[in-house]
Design a protein around this ligand. Structure first.
Ligand code: AMP
Length: 280
């Protein structure tokens, strides 16, 4: 069934209020659209445990630190709605820019600690934009459960902290990263890769898996990093924003995997910034 596309805050509230009154469990899957199987896995997870599911599609200007990146971000609303048909979701929330940020808008939600590393450093302002829009999406949808991908692990941590700190009554649920057969983490930005760059893109995950194996065997980051960086450079990656081992809980920087940890990377290939992270 084609889900109603809702573009107005008041209409969304009108729709959700009776669900809440009836005690139904409302789930939300926030996205920026250009939906792929990674997004759809979150929708399936939501459908499995919620009575009502709202998918949001909003390319949030506040989380882009680069205007060109915002302009180039793929927008495929019609195709997105068609992909959602088979999930029978209850609403697709597609707020207009002025619904989200009217001219007088003056509030920023800022999470400290978790945001002073990784994408927080390489994309200044990014997580303020994420925390602000996600707080709004939680309140607009009145969701009981919200589904986020581990693909954006730092975002998952930031959003969980934000909801807890602000006493927003929503349970944030993390879902595993969905990958292409060659290991490349699915991402809307993969659409921006040239055919040639697409061939080399999976090297990022390959290199990370190799590092993770060595780290599991007791190696230190300083022993595995030089070779990893060299392999990325050979594959055509032109810059690495970060390639770091961090604690899965709290994101403290690690040299060895002596607590539950994850390897995080952000690297540039032919003008496209790819990110990935895996459990060590
Ligand atoms: P985005 O549209 O990129 O903002 O992503 C919307 C949500 O989908 C976020 O919670 C992402 O972490 C999640 N997501 C994106 N790519 C994947 C993937 N490959 N596997 C699982 N979740 C994903």
């Amino acid at each position: 069934m084609i889900a109603p596309i809702v573009r107005d805050k008041a209409l969304l509230r009108e729709m959700v209020t009776p669900w809440k009154r009836a005690g139904e469990v409302v789930g939300v899957v926030p996205t920026m659209g250009a939906l792929h199987d990674g997004h759809l896995s979150l929708v399936a997870a939501a459908k499995a445990v919620c009575d009502r599911v709202i998918v949001t599609i909003f390319v949030n200007p506040k989380q882009f630190n680069n205007p060109e990146d915002l302009a180039n971000y793929p927008r495929t609303e019609e195709a997105d709605a068609r992909k959602l048909e088979r999930f029978d979701v209850d609403a697709i929330w597609v707020p207009d820019g002025d619904q989200m940020y009217p001219e007088c808008f003056g509030t920023t939600v800022s999470v400290t600690g978790l945001t002073n590393c990784l994408c927080g450093t390489s994309r200044p302002g990014h997580f303020e934009g994420v925390a602000t829009v996600v707080a709004k999406l939680f309140l607009q949808t009145q969701a009981d459960k919200a589904f986020f991908g581990e693909k954006d692990y730092q975002q998952l941590q930031v959003v969980t902290r934000m909801a807890a700190d602000l006493d927003i009554p929503v349970e944030v649920i993390g879902c595993p990263t969905i990958r292409e057969e060659d290991g490349l983490a699915m991402s809307s930005r993969n659409l921006l890769l040239s055919d040639r760059a697409r061939v080399y893109a999976p090297v990022l995950n390959e290199v990370m898996e190799g590092m993770a194996d060595a780290l599991r065997g007791g190696a230190a980051m300083s022993e595995v990093l030089p070779d990893a960086l060299a392999r990325l450079e050979t594959a055509g990656f032109t810059g690495v924003d970060y390639l770091e081992l961090r604690a899965a809980d709290g994101l403290a920087l690690l040299e060895r995997s002596d607590v539950p940890s994850r390897l995080f990377a952000a690297a540039w290939l032919a003008g496209v910034r790819l990110i990935d992270n895996i459990a060590v």
